[in-house]
Design a protein around this ligand. Structure first.
Ligand SMILES: [Fe+2]
Length: 408
């Protein structure tokens, strides 16, 4: 498959946004023009598609579960207990694990995310992740949290970290998600085990001290900031401005929708507002763009494959309607209805019907048609069938806000 998107504004790390052609061949971005071309008519921005560095794909069922009104948690542990006792959990238990993962795949797709980390042991997710319409990475080492009372995921911190180093993978763990003595020692724990380095993708980090921030920066570690989840559970989030100023590689995750934003685009808006309320100034939209593309690719040790529009990278592309003169503001303020086209490794997986020429002019097998904000769209798989099946199993017309399509 080879094709060219012409007449769009290309937006990528390291270059000024400019009008140009984007050529795709055999799944990758190339310099040679393709035999099929689609004209974006100067009305669209072309970005690398988005990367969410933290989610739990079994947990994207709604509504969210949190502390009693007017209270907040000290650690994640009471939340886990509340979740398991909740109506949300009871309801979602009527679905299969495959159903829940498929819903999450579409949560990502409909918000422009083509790469995500499902923070969960590979023993449980490795058979399901390849079935999703987007890329949920399989190559990572992990721990649940690095505390004595954590959920003991994986083969232990040192073994998982060593595997990550040997394979050039990230080592991903929740860290400092709480304010008990042990949570607050997270960085010391990693240091004492000799694993605090640039493979570490540390999730939440809400109780980081200034010294922890400095150590994380010096080690070259990355942080996944999940603002909505943090505020919902703890009424406080990471010291993001200090982390950025210190040189920490900051990225963004939704966490699961059981505590985080409904989807990734909602998370961007939430985090922008949160930053403004914390610091009285804007987190520059261009900085946020970097966090969800280039920085996130680096954090996942995928910078050689995704995160920019450079030649040779995989064709992971998000095309948004240009509704703002500033392409970065356009992204940060985007909603699901602004997505015109989403491409995974050169293959369009969701888009307006005018892009169907790339797929040969007719709806290929394995795709279906849906309607989003009045626009007929093609999509990989059958999200409408999934939604119907979920509603049948639950027994009523459940609304999951991250599925934007209209009922047929
Ligand atoms: Fe999490």
């Amino acid at each position: 498959m080879e094709y060219t998107l012409t007449g769009g504004t290309l937006v990528s790390h390291g270059t000024k946004a400019h009008t140009g052609d984007l050529n795709i061949q055999d799944g990758r971005i190339v310099s040679r023009r393709g035999s099929v071309s689609v004209d974006l008519r100067g009305e669209s921005y072309v970005y690398p598609s988005l990367i969410s560095t933290h989610d739990h794909l079994q947990g994207n069922y709604l509504p969210a579960v949190g502390p009693q009104p007017g209270t907040f948690y000290l650690t994640w542990l009471p939340w886990d207990n509340d979740l398991k006792a909740s109506e949300t959990f009871r309801e979602r238990s009527q679905l299969t694990r495959e159903d829940l993962y498929a819903l999450s795949g579409y949560k990502c797709l409909f918000s422009g995310v083509t790469t995500v980390n499902d923070h969960f042991p590979q023993k449980i997710n490795s058979a399901i992740l390849p079935t999703l319409p987007i890329r949920a990475i399989l190559e990572y080492g992990l721990a649940h949290e690095c505390s004595s009372y954590d959920l003991k995921w994986g083969d232990g911190i040192e073994v998982e970290h060593k595997r990550a180093v040997e394979n050039k993978w990230p080592f991903i763990t929740h860290l400092c998600e709480g304010f008990d003595e042990e949570s607050m020692r997270g960085v010391e724990t990693l240091e004492s085990l000799g694993v605090l380095d640039n493979h570490c993708l540390l999730v939440h980090c809400i109780s980081f001290s200034d010294a922890d921030i400095k150590k994380a920066a010096q080690a070259g570690a990355s942080v996944s900031w999940c603002g909505r989840s943090n505020m919902f559970m703890f009424n406080v989030t990471a010291k993001v401005r200090k982390m950025i100023q210190a040189g920490v590689n900051v990225t963004i995750g939704t966490d699961s929708s059981a505590t985080g934003s409904e989807n990734f685009l909602a998370e961007l808006k939430y985090d922008r507002n949160l930053y403004r309320s914390m610091y009285g100034e804007d987190l520059p939209a261009e900085k946020m763009f970097e966090m969800v593309t280039h920085n996130a690719a680096k954090a996942l040790w995928m910078g050689d494959r995704v995160g920019t529009l450079d030649e040779g990278k995989l064709g992971d592309i998000l095309v948004l309607k240009a509704g703002n003169d500033n392409p970065y503001e356009n992204l940060v303020n985007a909603s699901m209805e602004n997505i015109e086209l989403l491409i995974l490794a050169g293959m369009p997986i969701y888009g307006e019907m005018r892009f169907l020429d790339i797929l040969g002019g007719t709806l290929p097998s394995g795709y279906t048609q849906i309607k989003v904000s009045g626009r007929p769209m093609f999509v990989k798989g059958d999200p409408a069938g999934l939604y119907s099946e979920v509603r049948r199993k639950i027994g009523f017309k459940k609304i999951l806000g991250y599925l934007p399509f209209e009922d047929n």
